[in-house]
Design a protein around this ligand. Structure first.
Ligand SMILES: *Cc1c(COP(=O)(O)O)cnc(C)c1O
Length: 360
C-alpha cells in the first residue's frame, strides 16, 4: 500500500525530543521560543506565537481581532471544518462564500457580492487550500474597500508564495497547523503570525490563561500553549520545509506531465502562485469507482472534502447554512487526493501514474 500521507521524521527530531525529555522542561521551554523565532524569521514577519494546534491558532487570531458574539465572518464552505468552527468558537457566525472553480479558493467575485450584502461582516478568513495561495491582490483590495481585516488559514500552505511573497504575511494575522499530515509537523501544534503588536499581545494572553504575570489574569484565556516536546520536533521540521516542499512540487510536476486520462481532471497551475501541494487533488466524475480502483491497486487516497461545511450535520442549526454553494458542492462530489508527500519513491510515482492512466 502506498500511503496517502506520511510524516518524514529523522534522527534530528529524535535527538531533540530526547534532549527535552532529559531536561525535564516538558511544557514551557527554550525550544518553544526558538521555534517562534525561526518561524517568524522564515516568514520575515515581526511576531510568531506558538499554539497547541492550528484550530486554536485560528480561534485566538479571530478573538484577538475582537471577533465575538453577534459578528459575522466571511469564509469558504470548502475547507477542513476547523476553519469555520474557529469562527463559531468566538460566538460569531460564518458567512460562506462560494469558491472559484479553477483555484478552489474563495472567489473574489462572490466575495464582492457577499461584502455588499453583509455590511456587518467583521473579518474575512481566507484559506490557501491544498497549498495553493488564494487571490490575495483581489481579496485585499476588496477588504480595504470595505474596511474589513483579512485573516489567513495557512494550515495547508507552509512556505507557499503569492507573487514571490510567503502566505501568512498578507493579512492582519495568520494561523498555521503542524498536524502530522501537513507539510511539516510537530505532532500536534500551531502558530500565529502577525506584524501587529496589539494582536501579538492579545494572542499571547489568550493562549496562556490571560496571564501577563503569574497568577494575575487580565482576561479569561485558554490553555492553548505549545509544549517544548512539540516545539523540538517542529524546530527540526522547519529546517526541512523547503526541501519537503520542493519534493512535493516535483512529485506534482511528474503527475502534471504524465497523468493522461480523459476521466481525470488535474489541478490547475496558476501564474504568480507557487503551489506547495499539501494535496494533489483530482476531479473524477465517477469517484466511487475510481476510489475503489485505487484501493484495489494498493494506492492510498483521501477525499478532501466529501461534504461542504454548511452541509455537515454539525451545522444543521447554524444560521446561514441553507444556501447553495454550487461550485463547492460539485467539487465535494468529484474530488479525490492522491499521494504527493515527500516520502514517495520514484517507482511509487510511476506506479501511481500507470494505475491512473489505465482507469476506464
Ligand atoms: C488542519 C487544518 C486546520 C486545523 O489544524 P489542526 O492543527 O488540526 O487543529 C485548520 N484549517 C485547515 C485548512 C486545515 O487543513
Amino acid at each position: 500500500m502506498i500511503p496517502h500521507a506520511k510524516p518524514l521524521l529523522g534522527k534530528e527530531e529524535e535527538d531533540r525530543v530526547l534532549e527535552v525529555l532529559r531536561s525535564g522542561m516538558l511544557a514551557a521551554g527554550s525550544y518553544v521560543q526558538e521555534f517562534e523565532e525561526q518561524f517568524k524569521s522564515y516568514h520575515d514577519c515581526r511576531y510568531a506565537i506558538a499554539t497547541s494546534s492550528g484550530t486554536t491558532a485560528l480561534h485566538v487570531s479571530l478573538a484577538a481581532l475582537g471577533i465575538g458574539a453577534g459578528d459575522k465572518v466571511i469564509t469558504t464552505p470548502f475547507s477542513f471544518i476547523a476553519t469555520a468552527n474557529a469562527i463559531l468558537f468566538t460566538g460569531a457566525t460564518p458567512v460562506f462564500v462560494d469558491i472559484d472553480p479553477v483555484s478552489y479558493n474563495l472567489s473574489p467575485t462572490q466575495l464582492h457580492s457577499a461584502l455588499q450584502d453583509n455590511p456587518e461582516v467583521k473579518a474575512i478568513l481566507v484559506v490557501h487550500l491544498f497549498g495553493l495561495p488564494a487571490d490575495m491582490d483581489e481579496i485585499l483590495e476588496l477588504a480595504a474597500k470595505y474596511q474589513v481585516p483579512v485573516l489567513e488559514d495557512c494550515a495547508q500552505a507552509h512556505g507557499a508564495t503569492y507573487r514571490g511573497r510567503k502566505v501568512g504575511t498578507f493579512g492582519k494575522a495568520a494561523a498555521f497547523s503542524f498536524y502530522p499530515t501537513k507539510n511539516i509537523t510537530s505532532g500536534e501544534g500551531g502558530m500565529v503570525l502577525t506584524n501587529d503588536p496589539a494582536v501579538e499581545e492579545k494572542v499571547r494572553l489568550l493562549v496562556n490563561h490571560g496571564q501577563r504575570q503569574r497568577y494575575h489574569h487580565d482576561l479569561v484565556g485558554y490553555n492553548f500553549r505549545m509544549t517544548n516536546i512539540h516545539a523540538a520536533i517542529g524546530l527540526e521540521q522547519l529546517k526541512k520545509l523547503d526541501l519537503y516542499n520542493q519534493r512535493r512540487i516535483d512529485n506534482a510536476k511528474f503527475y502534471n506531465n504524465n497523468i493522461v486520462n480523459s476521466q481525470v481532471e488535474k489541478p490547475a497551475c496558476l501564474p504568480d502562485k507557487e503551489h506547495v501541494y499539501h494535496q494533489y487533488t483530482l476531479k473524477v466524475k465517477d469517484r466511487d469507482a475510481f476510489a475503489a480502483y485505487l484501493a484495489n491497486n494498493h494506492i492510498g487516497y483521501g477525499i478532501h472534502y466529501p461534504l461542504i461545511i454548511p452541509a455537515q450535520p454539525a451545522y444543521r442549526n447554524i444560521p446561514g447554512c441553507l444556501g447553495t454553494w454550487q461550485v463547492a458542492a460539485d467539487l465535494a462530489n468529484t474530488c479525490i487526493s492522491i499521494p504527493v508527500h515527500p516520502a514517495l519513491a520514484p517507482n511509487d510515482l510511476t506506479t501511481i501514474v500507470e494505475v491512473i492512466n489505465t482507469f476506464r
